[in-house]
Ligand binder design. Structure first.
Ligand code: ZN
Length: 226
């Protein structure tokens, strides 16, 4: 583990739920949306309704309410969007956060104390939609958490510096039309150095960029311990 990973890991010694506190951890189940999952092969999961059907199937089979996963997963989910293609370069298809797939309107809790760094509505199709970035300091180290695919209401009444306590409701999951064109879910990402980004940060990268981004965006499960 790097220094900052150790800091993030040592913030809590128990699991942190990031969605509606009334959903017990026993109702969280891992989901694999990678290109290596044969169950997803042949399904166009870049279509939100097709993706939702697959998620519902997994949730039903395992009597769960939240399906989560996706850190460093290579996905076909983004192939339809121009913004994920770079000219003459490898596609950006490696996912840098953890997704939590649950119903639109589900509450999102701040997993730890922090303050609003920035927020915005990244409304291009395939982007994050309403997004919040929180800034945290733990053991004298500064880092950031990003929450994507929220509702419009989640980014109203915010201002840079607005404090949030651990467990406080930060917002709710947006619907497909708002989130922008995905089955409802939270994209949660850790960011060490956010640079000049405001209310936004890359959530996927190409294989070529992976070394940089995986170092700058540690596994969210270091913090959440699910
Ligand atoms: Zn995501």
């Amino acid at each position: 583990m790097t220094k900052v990973e150790k800091v993030i890991y040592s913030i809590s010694n128990s699991s942190i739920r990031i969605l509606d506190n009334s959903i017990p951890l026993s109702e969280y189940t891992p989901i694999d949306l990678s290109v290596f999952n044969v169950e997803v092969e042949g399904l166009d999961i870049s279509q939100p309704d097709i993706c939702q059907l697959y998620i519902d199937k997994i949730l039903k089979k395992r009597s769960a309410k939240v399906a989560y996963g996706g850190y460093l997963e290579q996905r076909s989910l983004y192939k339809t969007y121009d913004s994920f293609r770079m000219q003459d370069q490898a596609p950006r298809n490696i996912h840098l956060g953890t997704d939590f797939w649950a119903k639109a309107g589900t509450k999102v809790h701040s997993p730890l104390r922090g303050q609003v760094h920035s927020f915005g509505n990244n409304s291009a199709k395939g982007d994050y939609g309403p997004t919040i970035v929180l800034e945290h300091i733990a053991f004298h180290r500064r880092f950031y958490t990003l929450y994507g695919h929220l509702s419009i209401s989640s980014i109203q009444d915010l201002y840079p510096g607005k404090p949030f306590e651990a467990g406080e409701v930060l917002g709710i999951l947006g619907k497909t039309e708002i989130n922008v064109n995905y089955a409802p879910h939270l994209h949660f990402q850790l960011i060490c150095d956010i640079g000049e980004y405001n209310g936004d940060y890359p959530g996927v990268c190409s294989a070529k960029e992976l070394d940089y981004y995986k170092n700058n965006c540690p596994d969210p499960n270091l913090l959440l311990k699910l």
